[in-house]
Design a protein around this ligand. Structure first.
Ligand code: GLN
Length: 322
């Protein structure tokens, strides 16, 4: 195992240094001022396999805020609190084909619910359903879940939170629109405060890889066999990631990479590659979670080098679920 780990590690290091050169085509997110401070040349990855193998390469120690990746977590927590059918009555599971922060589709006549929980309109709706009076109360179950998965309680990056809160015209517009059409289940201001805080949770690529591994394993922590997320909820989360997780580039990502994944504008991507029957020489590939960080984004808001790196790895290791 140690030998396999070393051998795979050296490959991943080579791939990271190759794709690091691809960051210059991208741009760091600037609409949240503090995110602009990120170094566009950073690229890091962590891969954790079901059998305990763990590989890290590049700038894998840099903490970043999870941004839209939190939309997967809030949806999971809301399903655990209210039940799947309650949630699916209030938010659809169809790709929007629009930018993540699109307002346009909310104006569609006879829209019964937001398109999906991974675009802002859907995510803000989901956050309005979380239980609790204050934003901290609403986020407690998400932090409890994270602590169970990661073994420590992550923190909110206050600078990023305040920066997003103070530059949130568009999300406020979405929020007011949702309020007007009757989709929100609780106070708009508390909902937005909760949403900005969840986006500002700080993590590393290791954390994303660990969460990805648990999702890949249908919600069960492979180290302890504990079911952390109900199987049905983990499966819906992966289906949403595959169809809607990379915004309006989800179809291309499914085609060229083929792994359920979710990106965020700070440059993080979480990927969950479910186990498949494999060549015995490659025991590592029996299901893994992958976390990537590369803050230079393409015009859709996805990490440019991160996607290329994942595409390369998926191809080399035949990770596509198709
Ligand atoms: N906090 C960001 C926003 O709502 C998250 C968006 C993202 O990561 N795509 O604008």
């Amino acid at each position: 195992t140690e030998q396999t780990e070393e051998w795979l590690q050296s490959y991943v290091e080579d791939w990271v240094s190759f794709y690091q050169k691809h960051t210059s085509d991208g741009k760091v997110a600037s609409y949240i001022p503090v995110l602009q401070e990120a170094d566009p040349d950073d690229l890091g990855i962590s891969i954790i396999g079901k059998n305990g193998i763990s590989i890290r390469a590049g700038d894998s120690d840099i903490p970043f805020t999870i941004q839209s990746i939190s939309k997967v977590l809030s949806f999971i927590v809301a399903c655990m609190e209210r039940g799947v059918s309650y949630m699916l009555d209030r938010v659809d599971v169809e790709p929007a084909g629009e930018a993540f922060n699109s307002i346009m589709h909310l104006e569609m006549k006879q829209l019964k619910k937001p398109f999906n929980p991974l675009i802002n309109a859907g995510a803000i709706t989901v956050t309005s359903i979380l239980e609790g009076r204050t934003s901290d109360e609403r986020l407690r179950p998400m932090f409890d879940l994270l602590e169970k998965m990661l073994g420590y309680r992550p923190k909110i990056n206050v600078d990023v939170y305040e920066s997003e809160r103070d530059s949130s015209m568009r999300n406020r517009a979405i929020g007011y629109y949702l309020l007007e059409i009757g989709f929100l289940e609780s106070d708009l201001n508390i909902t937005l405060e909760t949403y900005f805080k969840q986006c500002s949770i700080e993590a590393t690529v290791d954390d994303l890889a660990r969460i990805g591994l648990i999702l890949a394993n249908d919600g069960v922590n492979p180290d302890t066999d504990e079911e952390i997320i109900p199987r049905q909820v983990a499966r819906i989360a992966k289906a949403l990631m595959l169809t809607c997780g990379m915004y309006d580039a989800s179809g291309k990502f499914a085609t060229y990479v083929g792994i359920p994944a979710k990106s965020g504008v700070s440059g993080g991507i979480i990927a969950a590659a479910p186990p498949r029957v494999r060549d015995e020489d490659l025991p590592f590939l029996e299901g893994c979670g992958i976390g990537v960080y590369g803050p230079a984004l393409d015009d859709r808001g996805n990490s440019i080098a991160g996607i290329r790196l994942l595409r390369h790895i998926a191809k080399q290791w035949d990770l596509s679920i198709f």
